[in-house]
Design a protein around this ligand. Sequence first.
Ligand SMILES: Cc1ncc(COP(=O)(O)O)c(C=O)c1O
Length: 438
Amino acid sequence: MSRVFYRAPSSHYPVIARGEGIYLWDTDGRRYLDGASGALVANLGHGRREIADSMAQQAQAVGFAHTQRFTSAAQEELASRLADLLPYGLQHTYPVSGGSEAVETAIKLARYYFLERGEPERYRVITQWPSYHGNTLGALAASGHLTRRHPYDPLLSAAFVHVPQPAAHCGGPRASSGCCPCAERVQAAIEQVGPSTVAALLWEPISGSAASGFVPHRGFMAQLRALCDQAGILLISDEVMAGMGRTGRMLGIEHHEVRPDIVTLAKGISGGYAPLGAVVTTDHVYEAVASGSGHFVHGFTFGGHPVACAAGAKALDILEQERLVERSARMGVPLAEGLQALAREHAAVREVRGRGLMQGLVLTTDRRSPGGRAKRLAQLAMEHGLLIYPGSGGGASRFGDHALIGPPLIISEAEVAHLLSLLDDSLRQLAAEQNRLD
Ligand SMILES: Cc1ncc(COP(=O)(O)O)c(C=O)c1O
């Protein structure tokens, strides 16, 4: 009997053996096309020798030194590469070990910034429902995700205020408020709790696992920026999934042409080769702390881990040298077109949405089994040798099935076609099963 406490102890998990390019193999020799890069993590593909070498070199030189006492060449390199690659004056990197830690850090940094500025009354954070920002208690409290929150509700702080997701299409600002109806709801939430108590708006520029591939309508994020500027609030863009080129831009928020004050990164930043995340901010926020108390009261033992930073720095080299951000934009076109074609053919697919190689399928719901259709599709796909990332319960109910398709950014056009044909087979089988049940 295994001694591992699995995510779902009642489930059976194949044992992973190796990976190469967009494929994974289990120890029984079964091959899987990694159509979701794990959970949109393995952006550079599997089996990258140069990242493994870089990590081994770092581990041999020194595996760990506490960041309370030391910096490392790897940490310095990661931060300086990010400063070169990121837009909007995002210059200062605080490394952590994953997405939830990045979100926790960004929220605490926003709060700390206002303490440094002598505005201790600011602590609230406004976010969207549905959204997903992580599974630690702070990040979960920020998340608008019913099924992930529900068991832990009594532990979740009321400092987080949720507003409904904006429409995908909207008529634009009204003369009376200067905001569209979707942004008016954010404005109303700020006014209701008191603008001087709000530290940050925390937003996914393109939704991940709570609402696969949802893109707010044009102009919405710009209105959030304006509301932040009016009320002196910070804008945090949660780029844990959408960032690092996944959507065909370095950051998801670039699609909205809006400047954030803080971004959170993880997943693709190391391509999954090491647990790594980062919070990156502008001079303005950084200087408030650096020239204020000079000490951000926060920190994780493994933040800035030299081996993880070495993996991240090498991953950034590859991202740039192989022009994978541009490739994501380019390969996103046949992927989105192919998915649209599948949606026309299969009644189970209601909508396709997303940007670049972050595409969401919205599925019709099976009232007999909330979340069941997305899960079943993912199971069938796995039996066909394709991995996708199913989701449900991201909205206000347990219903709302959807799935993310997000292959490694190195995918070729022929491999996109292969992915689509495996998904086609899986959807066909799903439809056959549904017909038997109906
Ligand atoms: C947008 C977003 N934020 C935060 C997280 C949490 O990241 P992690 O699972 O690395 O803690 C995720 C994970 O899926 C995410 O998609």
